[in-house]
Design a protein. Sequence first.
Length: 641
Amino acid sequence: MVLTDAEAMDPDYWVAHLRGTVRFADGIDHLARVPGRIFLEVGPGRAMKVMAQSHPALTSNQVISTLRHRDHAVGDDVYFMLGLARIWAAGVAIDWDQIWGGIQRRRLSLPGYQFQRKRYFIEQSRPEIAATSDELARIEDPADWGWRPAWRLAGTDVEIGAEGRPVATDKKSFLIFMDESGLGERVAASLTALGQVVATVKAGDRFHDFGGGHFTLPPESDREGYEILLAALIGQDLRPERILHLWSVTTEDRIRAGSSILNTRLERGFFSLLHLAQAIGSELADQPLDLIAVTSDTLSVSGEAASQPEKSTILGPLRVLPHEAAGVSTRLVDLRVPETRRSTFGGAKTDGAALDLLAAQLLEEALAPLNGVEVIAWRGPRRFAQGIEAVALPESPAPSRGVTLITGGFGGIGQTIAQDLAQKGGAKLVLTTRGATGSARVEAAVRQLEELGAEVLAVRAEVTSPEDMRRVVDEARARFGSLDVVMHAAGVTRDALIATKTDDDSWDVLAPKLLGTQALVSALAEHPAKQTVLFSSTSSVIGAAGQADYVAANEYLNAVARSAPAALGQVLAVNWGVWADAGMAARAAGLDRPASDAIVAPVGRPLLDDSQPMPGDASSASSCASKTGSSADTARLRGRR
């Protein structure tokens, strides 16, 4: 209830107010029912501000303090004016005449984002010349372009004491995101016994600080939730130097009402790491930090089942963050956690001895130094580290006479593959597009493929829809009698640094590859394909800055290839590099010339020996100078701009 005038003048009310329970949370809950309401703390420090910000209905911009803490090295007047500015930025009208009087002020146009107050001046340093052996060189022979992931035995760089236990050579501050199997509790106890400072955060319904470095945080929290967590740690002198993230270690999936296995694994994995990385950039910028993420049943070392490929998306933030944040090193550790056994009476039990062994292994990982990006897997008592090895590409097999489905078939790469299959003869192609199949571009591309001798079925479908993909499969079987090969080439990019990346943009990137693959598995369940080729990317190895979500999407494709769902038949993931004049990277650089855009005139005209190239079109000039080609070449030349 709102304070009445009578209560405000009643001494008994104020006595009860001082002696009774402070119902701060109830008061905030009542006031937060009005959307957009601003909460102003009038008093030194920000204790009540931090508590109010933990309310799920409030954002950090809605809670503002006006008086500095005694430890803030800033003038009182400056801090107060900053508070007024924040109130004004939140939409509150300020009577500036009381502040400035009759002084004339000029309005300035400022950026619509907050200043981060970071120093970007380039300090003078000595020029360093890279050794010749370290310079990148083009590999001319395509036969030498092959690489494959390889696992090697590798020990941890940890000192072992007289009792055979790891020794902590220095004291560090740890933050552990606790799993629900008890593995994190064992590791936390071991680290504490070694004299390390340990804070823990468990998955909960809301953010809560229990004191003593123990917190809860909802896995579905956005970056603000993680920022509040890190700010609370800093305020308690628990600034983390090494973070262990165990939310992707599961013995069984616990799904909230209205959610799904996929969303739960992404919330606890990819999006949790993405939001944590964003909070690190805000609260722990310019500080050396080690981030170790632990998963279960995600990687395959020697052909064993990898039943939870969705968790592999965690590698997106792990591979990219060190390229965007100086001083950050990351490591992925994959374990095989024993399953939880449930009794007839509803009880649950996990093999304690097996967890003790995993905790001892994870303790070594927590103490071992990190360098760059590492991918580790423990299998029994052995530790493996992943790298890449050169491998000779096999000779191209004879072209298949079967039916091939290409998702994203009218994109640059899809059309390049379709044309190559058509030129080999006897191709039966099923190509999907999100647009209308009767558009001029689609019809022109179909005519070109038919001119090359292919039979083509164009189908409008959303690749992320299981219903649409089942319809595509049904139409393909109705037209050609079978479906033998699937090439999943659909994909999009939304390049942006982790600090500015939104969940919606990340979902746009994840959907075609992740949901699209799952839709294909569902559509082919009853009649599996003989072979499936998943179009992944070398970004999953490079971890290019700005592509945390794209790396995650392609790591998922690689993981699906390892798990080999029966519906996809023989599965192969190909990690393509940048294509010269097709695909998303070429489109971003303005070099993309998809075949579906190339034809703007009917085919069938002979190549004229005296044709002149378009002005400034070097590629057209080169093609015309040869004076060879088919009628389709003429239309292609005229379509280039």
